[in-house]
Design a protein around this ligand. Sequence first.
Ligand code: NAD
Length: 280
Amino acid sequence: MTVIDGKQVAAQIRAELKERAAAFEAKYAKKIGLAVVHIGDDPASEVYVRNKVKACAEVGISSSVCRLSSGVSQREAESLVEGLAADGDVHGILVQLPLPAHLDERAILAKIPVKKDVDGFSAENLGRLVRNEEGFAACTPLGVMELLSRYGVPVCGKRAVVIGRSNIVGKPMAALLLNADATVTVCHSRTQNLGEICREADILVSAVGRTGFVTADMVKEGATVIDVGINRENGKLCGDVDFAAVSEKAAFITPVPGGVGPMTVAMLLKNTVTAAERSV
Ligand code: NAD
């Protein structure tokens, strides 16, 4: 059994991106720019924004955090994004979620041009992904594909089961696996015979958000098990998968922390570098 080391892969990707960012800067005499829109004072968002800014600095991407107070109007929030959309020094824009409840998230995200939507959350980019056209895919599922590829896990023709159908994880995950020629089943809260379906999976991806949800009896011998879940148990971070028991059966497995988590920010950086390269 191999434990997939997301921390190490993410570090390797950052090193590769550092070279691409330096090459861009040398050729076009400007830095790659990411704008992070941070509205309100959600404490978890503070940490996420700080991590993204730090990661940008590490690879040579110039990041700017545009802060608005939690009471900001819809109009003000949209016009901030419109300004960034028109700014030639900004190659990627991300709006840190969740937004304060009175704001229309969909309308604000819709102001991000498709070519700068490095989170890949817009309806247009999700549509492009489903159609297997050029665009930006959501970072977490993209990170899962990168882990599978770098660990040499075959995807083409394999049975993949994704548990979870959110717009930011489950659905883009299923689309990416399908685009890579897997035979994909998506399971969710209304799925019947979940265990039976999961046992057929060569690649099992869990994105539910419940500790201990994936048990050893749901996993086929030799399967690859990818745990996207992030849960807190008595202050400790853990995933959806019963790691100790499942790792006895799996050929490849991601731990939490240190599996998929570090890949999300690495893929945000990768999408930003790609956005800059496509802009010239
Ligand atoms: P979500 O709450 O939007 O979706 C959860 C999904 O689980 C739903 O589609 C639901 O149908 C499914 N589900 C719930 N109960 C189920 C059941 N009993 N059987 C089968 N399916 C069931 O969450 P999300 O945003 O997709 O995130 C999922 C998990 O991944 C969370 O733990 C989240 O914290 C984590 N996450 C991690 C990263 C990362 O960087 N590693 C990024 C995003 C989300």
